[in-house]
Design a protein around this ligand. Structure first.
Ligand code: MG
Ligand code: MG
Length: 252
């Protein structure tokens, strides 16, 4: 039997909501600032400003030595891109992943957006990613199982013709950013731990535009890219199971 996932108390959820709101605000600020001519390091700085303004700390900075508070992954970069000198160009596809800690409790979320004018192909990738995330979130109901989430995500991603890396997935979240269980982006309905009221999971579809599932890690030891260098998208929310439907904690 799959191990039971901890159910969060009202006080713990109060803090996780607060952390989630900080993440949502970081997303807002970055979405508004990300444009042609802006560097990914500038976006990281803006995210740091939000964290300090809200009295939150970063769960990304220093994570296994990660040097920034956001991951910025552009075009064929899927996840874990390091912000730096790269200046965003017209037509880029940008994924931003970031998190926050409030009084020891974590939030974690990601979005993908186009910079300037993007191709129809790129827009479709982003739209399908957002739909896959919503499908995964919709599976976060009492009586369900963790496998339902991956099954729901995969049912959107695969028919659309996109790939999905097998080795990266969503996760439990609470006192640490990454807790058990793994939340795979493919799964079988009814499999895995039960989804009970009070369970919080980070759901994070990753879509590979070329339709293949293979990825590679760059020499920086972090950045994951599509092996065929097709565009990628990564979206994520931290989500609570309630008895009146899923509650997205990383939203304003
Ligand atoms: Mg995550
Ligand atoms: Mg994340």
């Amino acid at each position: 039997m799959a191990r039971r996932i901890p159910r969060r108390s009202p006080e713990q959820l109060r803090l996780m909501r607060a952390a989630g709101r900080v993440v949502a605000e970081m997303h807002d600020v970055i979405r508004n600032a990300a444009d042609v001519g802006v560097s990914t390091a500038q976006l990281d700085r803006l995210a740091r400003d939000v964290l300090s303004r809200r009295g939150a700390t970063s769960n990304f900075l220093g994570y296994h030595g990660f040097p920034a508070v956001i991951c910025s992954s552009v075009n064929d970069q899927v996840i874990h891109g390091i912000p730096g000198d790269y200046v965003l160009e017209d037509g880029d596809v940008l994924s931003v992943d970031c998190g926050a800690i409030i009084s020891g409790w974590h939030g974690d979320a990601a979005f993908t957006m186009g910079i300037g004018e993007i191709t129809g192909e790129a827009q479709r990738l982003i739209d399908v990613a957002d739909r896959a995330l919503l499908a995964g979130i919709a599976a976060m109901v009492p009586g369900g199982a963790v496998g339902d989430i991956g099954a729901a995500v995969n049912a959107v991603v695969k028919p659309a013709g996109y790939g999905s890396p097998e080795d990266y997935c969503g996760h439990g979240i609470g006192k640490a950013m990454h807790e058990a269980p793994d939340v795979a982006n493919r799964g079988r309905r009814g499999r895995g731990a039960a989804l009970e009221v009070g369970v919080v999971l980070a759901i994070e579809p990753m879509l590979l535009g070329g339709g293949r599932d293979e990825v590679d890690e760059l020499d920086d030891g972090w950045t994951i890219v599509t092996r065929d260098h097709s565009l990628a998208a990564h979206v994520e929310h931290t989500v609570l199971v309630t008895d009146h439907g899923p509650e997205i904690l990383t939203r304003l």
